[in-house]
Ligand binder design. Structure first.
Ligand code: ZN
Length: 225
């Protein structure tokens, strides 16, 4: 799973509520969620975390709907309830100080792999660069539980994305914009692989040297955004 970055040497990347809201609306526009499913978090300069609210449609969501919580999940500001899936966001941001944002979606093609409990293989170079390798699948844990939060944080120690068994996708990065890019990249890759399999094609892995070199690029980019 790899080591988490050393908390003593990392200056955590931070973002703004505006960036969280922009990513939320783009997530809807890009078809990565429907209705009120999915959620986004961003680390603020004061160390608190901005979360999308529970049960508010993305198309009408405003800055006033966002919720700010502390590291334990206690609401510090905002009138809404934070997303019911806040544990996976807080566990990931608390455990990995080099990260600044987490996005959870129910993207269709990625979720097909999550139903199969099958990692999405890193057979395209940009997946290795931006995700760090295969997209692993977490063991099933109930939605919104602390156990799911632990499972997700562990799998995101050296990856920019992980699948939630029987549920969906979670991605992470230094900013909401980059975490959204990762979600779109993983979804597109899942769709491409399914298409290639439907053609009856044999899917060839990347050469080992490419995997090793580009995974090194991912590790560098993760801690030097
Ligand atoms: Zn979900």
């Amino acid at each position: 799973m790899g080591d988490a970055a050393d908390a003593d040497t990392v200056v955590s990347p931070t973002t703004t509520p505006e960036a969280v809201l922009t990513a939320a609306k783009r997530m809807l526009a890009e078809g990565l969620v429907e209705g009120t499913s999915g959620n986004i978090s961003g680390r603020l300069p004061d160390g608190l975390v901005c979360l999308t609210p529970s049960s508010v449609p993305y198309d009408t969501m405003t800055l006033d709907d966002l919720v700010v919580v502390d590291a334990e999940g206690t609401v510090v500001s905002g009138t809404r309830s934070p997303t019911t899936e806040k544990d996976l966001h807080l566990s990931t941001l608390n455990r990995h100080p080099e990260l600044g944002a987490v996005i959870h979606t129910h993207a269709v093609h990625a979720t097909m792999f999550a139903l199969a409990h099958e990692p999405i293989p890193a057979v395209i170079e940009e997946v290795v660069v931006y995700i760090g390798g295969d997209v692993p699948c977490c063991e099933y844990q109930g939605t919104g539980t602390a156990e799911l939060g632990d499972e997700v944080a562990a799998h995101l120690a050296d990856r920019g994305a992980a699948l939630l068994a029987n549920h969906g996708l979670v991605t992470c990065a230094s900013t909401p914009e980059k975490a959204l890019h990762n979600a779109a990249l993983v979804e597109r890759t899942a769709q491409i692989i399914q298409g290639a399999r439907a053609m009856g094609a044999t899917i060839h892995p990347l050469p080992d040297k490419v995997n090793q070199d580009m995974a090194g690029v991912y590790r560098f980019l993760r801690t030097n955004p």
